[in-house]
Design a protein around this ligand. Structure first.
Ligand SMILES: [Zn+2]
Length: 284
């Protein structure tokens, strides 16, 4: 083999190798594909888009559509197709429940056509974490958006999942969207972005003062007021048990081994609750 032929051989080998690597990474989820999405009706003008990232609330009006959250960047095309399956009107507003990429990942694409609203702390978290899609609008305590004569009330009650959580309230339908402030099963307390297991309770207590019947959680099936009330009670139980074990002088690992989830709906040491463990140990 001449020197040139040898170089060509090695180059071809390396190219094949890198293609193979790219292909296996794709297969292993190195570059995940957009998820299958489904749209479910909650009321005549209100839907939820499920699948992929966080649940999306969809309010349809004569003047256009308001979304709560927009999943991942890769989901935008499918989200818009699902919206199109129920209305021809354009998306005019997106409200983000918080900054996490599975709830605000579509922002960068949707900013071209819609006004996006986030709590000011959520926007600060977007910038701090070098995420794309910071909103042009923020609010501090409460804001109301109006579209086609319908109100979309956006409220911040304090720290919980992060320090920039919003609850979105559709008063005319008595429906709220909580983002990850309420999910099915164990929560993730994002301590790096201002989350708090202690404040969480007070925050949910204020949410429960709203006049609503139906709740869209950050992830998992749509529920009723009783579901979020039960979840709050489970959370309190978890904290009480956690503290009791900690006070007996146990380490975080020992608490993890000993704590009981009995009576708590869907709770376990999920990957995200485990990630919260060092912070929980410090806070509780
Ligand atoms: Zn989240």
């Amino acid at each position: 083999m001449t020197k040139a032929a040898a170089i060509r051989f090695i180059a071809a080998f390396l190219t094949a190798g890198s293609l193979w690597l790219a292909w296996t990474q794709q297969r292993k989820g190195g570059q995940p594909r957009p998820a299958e999405l489904a749209i479910d009706k909650i009321a005549d003008d209100l839907y939820v888009i499920i699948g992929g990232g966080g649940n999306i609330g969809v309010l349809v009006t004569e003047e256009g559509v308001a979304l709560v959250d927009d999943k991942f960047d890769r989901d935008v095309e499918n989200i818009l197709a699902k919206v199109k399956s129920v209305t021809d009107r354009p998306v005019r507003y997106v409200v983000n429940t918080h900054h996490h990429g599975d709830h605000s990942g579509g922002n960068a694409k949707l900013l071209a056509q819609a006004e996006i609203v986030m709590h000011k702390n959520a926007r600060a978290n977007v910038l701090k974490n070098s995420q794309p899609g910071a909103s042009r609008l923020t609010y501090a305590k409460e804001a109301s958006l109006y579209l086609g004569g319908k109100e979309i009330r956006v409220m911040h009650f304090g720290r919980a999942h992060t320090n920039g959580d919003s609850v979105i309230y559709f008063p005319h339908r008595k429906v709220i969207h909580t983002g990850d402030m309420f999910i099915r099963g164990a929560p993730f307390i994002d301590y790096a972005n201002g989350g708090s297991a202690l404040a969480w309770d007070r925050t949910i207590s204020q949410v429960l003062q709203l006049d609503f019947d139906t709740v869209i959680p950050g992830h998992g099936p749509v529920g009723k007021r009783t579901d979020i009330a039960k979840w709050r009670a489970d959370y309190e139980l978890f904290r009480t048990r956690f503290r009791a074990i900690k006070r007996s002088g146990k380490s975080a690992e020992e608490i993890q081994a000993e704590i009981s989830f009995e009576g708590m709906t869907g709770w376990n040491w999920s990957r995200l609750l485990l990630r919260s463990l060092p912070g929980l140990y410090e806070e509780l």
